[in-house]
Design a protein around this ligand. Structure first.
Ligand SMILES: Cc1cc2nc3c(=O)[nH]c(=O)nc-3n(C[C@H](O)[C@H](O)[C@H](O)COP(=O)(O)OP(=O)(O)OC[C@H]3O[C@@H](n4cnc5c(N)ncnc54)[C@H](O)[C@@H]3O)c2cc1C
Length: 285
C-alpha cells in the first residue's frame, strides 16, 4: 500500500481547507471500511486521508418528529436507537443486517451513501422514506433529495471538498409501515439484491406507496411503476403478484461475481413483493 498522510481536522472549515489544498489527491475517511479496503487493493491511490471523525456533531442522531442523522452517524448507534427501530423499521432492518458488528461499530451512514455502491444497503430505505441529504462546502450548504443523489456506480452529486453533513427523514404519518429485505450469499455479505417498501394506509386502502431496489441498476432505484400500481388500492395477494412481475421488468441488472442478471431480475420481484407485504404488517392503521 502506498504511503499517505493522515489528517484529523476538528471543524468543517478546517476539513474543507485541508481537502482544497490537496488539489484532488486527498480523500475523506469516516469509518474507513470502504476506503481502506480500496487502498489495500490498490484500487485507490491518495496522498492523504482527511478524517471526518473528529468533527463535533457529525455523528449525532436527533428526533423531533423528523429524524436527523449526522453524516458520520455510526451504524451501531442507528441500530441501537429505539425511535428508529419503532418508527423507521426499514432503515433499522437495513442497518441491523449490514455487514457484522465489527464493521457496524466503525462504519457510517454517510460513508455508505458517498461510496455509492449500487448495492448500498442504506439507499433503498432512505429512498422510500424520501430522505433529504445535506451537503456542506466552503461556499455553503445545499439540500438534495436522495433520489437525485446517486449518479452511477461510485459517483454522486458531492463536489469536492463538500462533506455530507446530514440526512433528514420526514416525520411519519399515522398508518405508515416500512420494511427492508436483502438477499446475499451469506448474511454478512454485500447484497445480490436488496429492496425496501413504505406504505401509508387508510384502512385497507394504500394512500402512498414507495418501493425501491438496489444492485439491480447502476444506481439504487425507485420502482415507480410498482408504486403507481399500488396507490389507491387494497394490497391483496393478486396485487402483490402484479408488483413482483412489474418490479422484475422495471430493473436492469447486470451479471457479476455475485449473481446473474436473470437471477437478480427474478429476486428483485420477489423482494419487492415481500417487502411490500412486510411494510403492510408494520403499518398501524
Ligand atoms: C467486511 C465488510 C462487509 C460489508 N458489508 C456491507 C453490507 O452488507 N452492506 C453495505 O451496504 N456495505 C457493506 N460494506 C461496505 C461498507 O462497510 C459501507 O459502505 C460503510 O457504510 C462505509 O462507511 P465508512 O464510514 O466506513 O466509509 P469510508 O470507507 O470511510 O468512506 C467511503 C467513501 O465515502 C466518502 N465519505 C465518507 N463519509 C463522507 C462524508 N460524510 N462526506 C463526504 N464523503 C464521505 C469517502 O471519501 C469514501 O469515498 C462492507 C464492508 C466490509 C469491509
Amino acid at each position: 500500500m502506498k504511503r499517505f498522510e493522515y489528517y484529523q481536522p476538528r471543524t468543517l472549515d478546517e476539513a474543507f481547507e485541508r481537502m482544497g489544498n490537496l488539489k484532488g489527491a486527498g480523500k475523506y475517511v469516516a469509518g474507513g471500511t470502504d476506503v481502506i479496503v480500496r487502498l489495500k487493493q490498490r484500487a485507490l491511490k491518495v496522498d492523504a486521508l482527511v478524517s471526518l471523525r473528529g468533527i463535533a456533531g457529525l455523528g449525532d442522531i436527533a428526533h423531533n418528529g423528523a429524524l436527523s442523522l449526522g453524516g458520520c452517524a455510526l451504524f451501531r448507534d442507528i441500530e441501537r436507537n429505539e425511535v428508529i427501530a419503532r418508527d423507521f423499521p426499514a432503515l433499522h432492518q437495513a442497518v441491523s443486517m449490514l455487514a457484522n458488528p465489527q464493521v457496524r461499530n466503525v462504519a457510517t451512514i454517510g460513508g455508505n451513501l458517498c461510496n455509492a455502491a449500487p448495492s448500498a444497503d442504506c439507499a433503498p430505505p432512505l429512498l422510500v422514506m424520501d430522505a433529504v441529504i445535506t451537503l456542506e462546502g466552503p461556499r455553503g450548504k445545499r439540500d438534495v433529495p436522495i433520489e437525485s443523489f446517486f449518479k452511477g456506480p461510485g459517483a454522486t452529486l458531492v463536489e469536492a471538498p463538500e462533506i455530507l453533513t446530514g440526512i433528514t427523514i420526514p416525520a411519519i404519518t399515522p398508518g405508515t409501515g416500512s420494511a427492508f429485505l436483502k438477499m446475499g450469499r451469506v448474511s454478512q455479505d454485500i447484497a445480490k439484491v436488496n429492496a425496501a417498501a413504505l406504505v401509508v394506509m387508510d384502512g385497507e386502502v394504500c394512500l402512498k406507496c414507495r418501493l425501491s431496489a438496489g444492485a439491480v441498476a447502476p444506481v439504487p432505484l425507485r420502482l415507480k411503476a410498482c408504486e403507481k400500481l399500488v396507490e389507491g388500492r387494497r394490497i391483496d395477494h393478486d396485487l402483490l403478484e402484479e408488483v413482483a412481475l412489474t418490479a422484475s421488468r422495471e430493473v436492469s441488472p447486470i451479471t457479476d461475481v455475485r449473481s446473474t442478471d436473470d437471477y437478480r431480475r427474478h429476486i428483485a420481484g420477489v423482494l419487492a413483493k415481500r417487502a411490500l407485504g412486510d411494510a403492510l404488517k408494520f403499518s398501524t392503521f
